[in-house]
Design a protein around this ligand. Structure first.
Ligand code: BES
Ligand code: MN
Ligand code: ZN
Length: 499
């Protein structure tokens, strides 16, 4: 999709479609009013008849609107004017673009970006309009041989800004929005691919591909022998039941760009989580192909960052493998010595994410990091706690946690701070090893984070549990690309701490 920015009057646009908003209840926006004036009351007449009342998410397509130069006018309901905030803005853009994509119009000029969103600047609105629009046209049809694609897909969208003086900032944030959207798309594609295609080796190839495409990125992949030589036995305990080889993927962005210590992102890359010997129930087990969405988030973030090119030094680490039962699989009660030297009693082989992350967290120490953030579809309990609205943000440094929550708010990709009081560590006590990999049923996301914290003592660390936000339950919908927008916003915010 191609995006451009423009100023100008809606009735003068020579385009396939002009998109203008209507507030609830039947209140025309300035751009709708301008069209109405040119068309001598045509729009207000329709609104008066009750065909468009302005409720958020509603649309009305009009053809042959008198005295305009466009083929169509799409009216979009924006909801109550005083409630027009981040989420409503997203919904309005998404609704408009989804609708356009189903019509014969291959381009449009969208005036919705001129409606002021509370507490946001025009630059923010353009950036997020681009992200919302790309999200709305996303379609994963690579694996369908029947042609289900839209006949005349949208090719070009123009967003308008109120003033000529807005143009330069809007053009810059449009480019940033595209970069973030590209990162989100990569994360969604990887998430949606099934486990027989998106294997650890496939993720490694994606990392190499990024390194090939972007000069600022380099990639390196450790194979099973190298993983063994490192002593990542917690990671190996998870992969050993599968015949598909594991990979430990390392990405680096911006080596030499700053003198600062690097920021490290770690993504959980379980390409399929059957639970292992602690086998999951059959219903919905297919969803566990999404258990590599942390890894996909890291790869997507690297792509977005390489396109934005900030002065940052970032390391990405992805332990990638399958979690399957077999005669070679880890058994409940097995004890392994992790890379940190701590022994772990694996009481439940389905609590595998924390095992592979434990070794990656220890591995991160060698970079002497400024901060480490791990991203993982770690616990079902996270979905119970926060649903699909926000990921859980845990950590050993309140300022770091706050900065991630703040970035999420700004990116409309929410995170919410979770407590990690010391009392929660109790349940992880093991009778036979230093620590057990599961505690009781209560506060499962927090005890999982407590487990991770034992391997992240040497630096400032945060953990994003994205189990509820990485994909949608609806089988037609799939991966969301979250938390790429949150991570990119957070990384960009770190640029000001440079040198
Ligand atoms: N990948 C799952 C977590 C998950 C569950 C993500 C549902 C998305 C939706 C993770 O590896 C897992 O199985 N966690 C267990 C932990 C338990 C055994 C302590 C869980 O949440 O049930
Ligand atoms: Mn599991
Ligand atoms: Zn898992």
């Amino acid at each position: 999709m191609e995006f451009t920015i423009k100023t100008g009057n809606p009735e003068k646009q020579r385009t396939a479609c002009v998109v203008a908003g209507v507030f609830d209840n039947r209140k025309l926006t300035l751009s709708a009013e301008r069209i109405d004036r040119a068309a001598k009351g045509y729009i207000s007449e329709i609104v008066r008849r009750g065909d468009m009342e302005g409720r958020l998410g509603t649309t009305l397509m009009l053809y042959n609107v008198p005295d305009t130069l466009c083929d169509r006018v799409l009216l979009v309901g924006l909801g109550k004017e005083r409630d027009f905030k981040d989420g409503e803005f997203y919904t309005a853009i998404r609704t408009a673009v989804k609708f356009l994509n189903e019509t014969g119009a291959y381009e449009a000029v969208i005036y919705l970006t001129e409606e002021k969103v509370r507490r946001r600047e025009i630059g923010w609105q353009i950036e997020h309009a681009v992200i919302a629009a790309s999200e709305a046209v996303y379609c994963f049809s690579e694996l369908k041989t029947e042609n289900t694609d839209v006949r005349r897909p949208l090719r070009k969208l123009t967003f308008t800004v109120p003033l000529r003086s807005d143009l330069s900032i809007a053009e810059a944030t449009m480019v940033r929005g595209q970069a973030i959207a590209n990162g989100v798309t990569l994360a969604r594609n990887l998430g949606n691919l099934p486990a027989n295609i998106c294997t650890p080796g496939y993720l490694a190839a994606q990392a190499r591909q990024l390194a090939h495409e972007y000069e600022d990125i380099s990639a390196e992949v450790l194979n099973v022998d190298e993983i063994k030589k490192e002593g990542m036995n917690a990671f190996l305990a998870v992969t050993q039941g599968s015949i598909v080889p594991p990979c430990f993927i390392k990405l680096e962005y911006g080596a030499g760009k700053t003198k600062n210590k690097p920021l490290v992102l770690i993504g959980k890359g379980i390409t399929f989580d059957s639970g292992g010997i602690s086998l999951k129930p059959a219903a919905d087990m297919d969803r566990m192909k999404f258990d590599m969405c942390g890894a996909a988030g890291v790869l997507g973030t690297f792509r977005a960052i390489a396109e934005i090119a900030p002065d940052l030094h970032i390391i990405g680490l992805i332990p990638a493998c399958e979690n399957l039962p077999s005669g070679a699989a880890t058994k409940p009660g097995d004890i392994v010595t992790s890379l940190s030297g701590q022994t772990i009693e694996i009481l439940n082989t389905d609590a595998e994410g924390r095992l592979i992350l434990a070794d990656a967290l220890t591995y991160a120490e060698r970079y002497d990091p400024e901060a480490v953030v791990d991203i993982a579809t770690l616990t079902g309990a996270m979905v119970v706690a926060l649903g699909h609205e926000a990921c859980g943000v845990f950590g050993n440094n309140d300022a770091l946690v706050r900065s991630l929550v703040h970035a999420g708010e700004d990116a409309v990709d929410r995170g919410w701070a979770m407590p990690m009081w010391h009392d929660y560590h109790e349940g992880l006590k093991s009778g036979f090893a230093d620590v057990a990999n599961v505690a009781g049923r209560a506060a499962g996301s927090i005890t999982a984070a407590c487990f991770l914290s034992r391997f992240a003592k040497k630096y400032d660390w945060a953990h994003l549990d994205i189990a509820g936000v990485a994909y949608e339950e609806d089988r037609q919908k799939g991966a969301t690309g979250r938390p790429v927008p949150l991570l990119v916003a957070w990384l960009i915010s770190r640029e000001r701490y440079n040198d």
